[in-house]
Design a protein around this ligand. Structure first.
Ligand SMILES: Cc1cc2nc3c(=O)[nH]c(=O)nc-3n(C[C@H](O)[C@H](O)[C@H](O)COP(=O)(O)OP(=O)(O)OC[C@H]3O[C@@H](n4cnc5c(N)ncnc54)[C@H](O)[C@@H]3O)c2cc1C
Length: 393
């Protein structure tokens, strides 16, 4: 096993780093952290598109670069190191594209993939899976899609839909087989839905930070043409289970609060100097060292997953391990930072008293969600136990 990157991979990393440094110097964005992805900026996504950095791993015939997942993770590591504004293309690049490559029709691939890769207008996606009574157990959704000629008619409600209010399209899971005796795992289908379609109502949910990042989405007799059914009818649950591996395995689960870790290390060094080293809080040093160990473990878990995807391996259990470990590490980072900094941790951005530019207070408010969104830790452990270790249900 090799734990080093090739010279080409290192050169790629430097390329990305130089680009991002120039963007920061030019004032295009500044580094802050808390939410999973920083809000979208199409201008920035267009620059990434020009460099071929959207759809990096996708086949060339769809505008991708055919490069490896290890390279993709190098790119993501550099982007998340500085919290680049990826919101415009993030869902299309990470999830929708790979799902279409696996399950989409020829028309869907030809229509959507090159547009996502170019960061064209109209390529912001949101994910319409969770419902008020179905989150971990997606097979329990009740949103219906009834066939009516060339159309499906959708009725129901989704919830926690991140970015629905900014999205052009939604990736929707709905029930297509309503027979009471049907197998709940073989009765849902996936669709792409234009979020401007009549009958869709989006209602904001303001989170603990005070930001409008997710929503409730209501469907009242929304018509979707059958061309927008993705994959096979009633196979949506199986398809989604393959897709969520991409959502779970990424370095973003480790690095959502990376700038906080950098600032925490600097903060502890400042304490050290302020106290002349004599009253140095050794427990704080111990905490930071522990976090460094965990960060490096998380990084290796993620890169191993990337390498496994490149080998064509099934990564469900490995991806679940990444997300379970990395999101809990990020919560421990917040916990340690707040104990080291003390009560000032709670002061919000905008006050001159806010430590770490206010990142700490915001991360503290966001962090309970890290182990819930994209699959809770308990559910991920079930996957590791069942699919990874072969334990019984
Ligand atoms: C910030 C954020 C953004 C989100 N964005 C989106 C989005 O864009 N699109 C979308 O569709 N959804 C989104 N979600 C929803 C998210 O996917 C769900 O919250 C998540 O899947 C959990 O579902 P739930 O909230 O219904 O909780 P439940 O499934 O009701 O779980 C409640 C508790 O029970 C535990 N539990 C459930 N089942 C089991 C089990 N079998 N074994 C052991 N324990 C179990 C869970 O771990 C949890 O602690 C988002 C959530 C958050 C927090």
């Amino acid at each position: 096993m090799r734990f080093t990157f090739t010279p080409e991979q290192e050169a790629f990393r430097l390329d990305v780093r130089d680009f991002l440094e120039a963007e920061i110097q030019a004032g295009v964005f500044s580094t802050r952290c808390a939410d999973l992805v920083q809000p979208g900026n199409r201008e920035f996504s267009l620059k990434m598109a020009e460099r071929g950095w959207i759809g990096l791993t996708w086949p060339r015939e769809y505008g991708g670069q055919g490069r490896t997942y290890v390279e993709k993770y190098i790119l993501m590591e550099e982007l998340f190191r500085v919290q680049a504004p990826l919101g415009y293309h993030f869902a299309g690049d990470r999830q929708v594209g790979p799902a279409l490559i696996h399950f989409g029709s020829d028309w869907q691939k030809e229509h959507f993939l090159p547009r996502i890769v170019r960061a064209d207008e109209g390529t912001v996606f949101c994910l319409l899976f969770s419902e008020p009574e179905a989150g971990s157990d997606l097979a329990g959704i009740t949103t219906k899609a009834l066939k009516d000629g060339d159309y499906y008619v959708i009725n129901g409600q989704k919830v926690w839909t991140s970015g629905a209010h900014q999205a052009d399209h939604g990736w929707l899971l709905a029930r297509t087989d309503l027979a009471p005796e049907s197998n709940r795992y073989l009765s849902c289908s996936e669709f792409i839905v234009d979020m401007k379609t009549p009958g869709i109502t989006i209602r904001p949910i303001v989170n603990m930070v005070g930001e409008h990042s997710f929503n409730e989405v209501f469907f009242d007799d929304v018509k979707i043409h059958r061309n927008y059914l993705v994959g096979r009818e009633n196979q949506g649950f199986k398809q989604i289970m393959a897709q969520v591996d991409y959502e779970r395995a990424g370095l973003e689960r480790l690095m959502q609060n990376y700038p906080l870790f950098v600032q925490l290390k600097e903060y502890v060094q400042t304490l050290d100097k302020a106290d002349g080293g004599a009253e140095y809080p050794t427990w704080a040093r111990d905490q930071v060292a522990q976090l460094e160990i965990e960060y490096q473990i998380g990084r290796l878990l993620c890169y191993k997953t990337a390498w496994m995807i490149d080998q064509g391996a099934t990564v469900s259990s490995q991806a679940a391990m990444c997300k379970a470990f990395c999101t809990q590490y990020e919560q421990r980072l917040n916990d340690a930072a707040s104990r080291i900094v003390g009560p000032l941790s709670l002061i919000r951005r905008g006050s001159s008293w806010a430590p770490m530019r206010g990142d700490l207070a915001e991360c503290l408010l966001y962090q309970p969600s890290y182990t819930i969104q994209g699959g809770s830790v308990e559910v991920l452990k079930n996957i590791i136990a069942l699919r990874g270790l072969g334990l019984s249900r």
